[in-house]
Design a protein around this ligand. Sequence first.
Ligand SMILES: Cc1cc2nc3c(=O)[nH]c(=O)nc-3n(C[C@H](O)[C@H](O)[C@H](O)COP(=O)(O)OP(=O)(O)OC[C@H]3O[C@@H](n4cnc5c(N)ncnc54)[C@H](O)[C@@H]3O)c2cc1C
Length: 421
Amino acid sequence: MTDALTTWAGSHTFRGGPVVHPETVDEVAAVVAAARHVRALGSRHSFHDLADSPGTLVALDRLDVPTVIDPDARTVTVGAGVRYGELARDLHAAGWALHTMASLPHIAVAGTVATATHGSGDTAANLSAAVRGLELVGAGGDVRTLGADDPELAGSVVALGGLGVVTRVTLAVQPTYDVAQEVWLDLPWTTALDDFDALMSSAYSVSLFTDWRGDTVGQVWRKHRVDAGTLGSAPDLAGARRADGPVHPVPGQDPVACTEQGAVAGPWHERLPHFRLEFTPSAGAELQSEWLIPRAHAVAAIEALRGLRDLVAPLLLVSEVRSVAGDDLWLSTAHGGDRVALHFTWLPLREQVDAALPVIEEALAPFDARPHWGKLFSGPGPDRTWQDLYPRWDDAVALLARRDPAGVFANDFLLRHGLRA
Ligand SMILES: Cc1cc2nc3c(=O)[nH]c(=O)nc-3n(C[C@H](O)[C@H](O)[C@H](O)COP(=O)(O)OP(=O)(O)OC[C@H]3O[C@@H](n4cnc5c(N)ncnc54)[C@H](O)[C@@H]3O)c2cc1C
């Protein structure tokens, strides 16, 4: 007997099957054409049933597609199952870079862009916003290519797997650059919130780590692009102190898995993620949730969460506050404007976390909070519809129905949230 297939965190056991591992786009097309229900699996870093299907599960980890850099167009085209960390190594070796990275480099490209996964940075949109084209196996097994000018592209990138199996992704790249990362400890919340915009713009990428207890933000991670000149010239963080050695975002955990700190400059892909590719960041004994709030409401939303500290802190490994630049992708959590992202890495206490989610959603509802598609949430919030949160929601629903009328790629997640009827 083989072990049941689960998400990386073990938070969902897949009901679908069999799991197939096609090696060519033609094989993907044949699998899709033959299936009544089918869905693509990424690296399974989502926390619920988003990637599940009542039918076949298509893993793209063996898809044999070459990585092709186009220096004139400043793009790279890559196989859907490639992990960001491996793509980043190849890009850097060829003199190119991505504009951002998520906290860990182990996630697969197509699953990542399907859920609006992001890093941090006032000027850095999420990873989905870098997509310039897709190759997609749609219902019936037809292979379609969507280029940058295709009017359906903005509705097809963050599609939560509902449009088919993506086989190739084309991403914008830029010349490679160096980043230096510094960590500060115990920044008073008063300093952080008095001029939140100045803090978040003091480096290319800024993350605040907190357990919501006490009067200080536990850690501030600042990642400076060396070519931006902020390293050494960004203001000191009044009231905070520089870390005198490497630290892990979760207090007490071994920082060996973390990317280099101490303001030592190095390649972008070895500094922008918090964790190194060669280490498994943790055993998966955690859950995650995150809400993205219009930037104008950042301070008020953080204050609202500080008011929930007695509920949240006992369930928490750590929280992270990040910034994300806006984009125009229909189901992107940053659609229509810049956002602050309020993230929770929970202890693996599913029942208690599930009970806390509606309370957090109620506290954040006045701020039009959009939940991260890949993490735990209960819905759009009290007295809110998805249409309230996403101006292009109805267009997205119509696109999924038009491209997949028989619901081959539908699943419980899409039905539950009204993306499929
Ligand atoms: C430890 C950890 C750290 C994380 N850090 C961050 C972070 O820093 N920032 C952030 O925003 N999120 C973060 N996440 C969330 C994570 O990035 C998302 O859940 C993302 O979807 C993971 O990609 P995946 O390949 O594992 O997707 P999966 O969970 O495998 O799938 C997600 C969705 O993508 C679809 N999909 C996958 N492959 C394809 C394909 N080829 N074609 C069509 N659809 C496809 C699936 O059907 C499903 O709907 C983190 C998660 C974990 C576990």
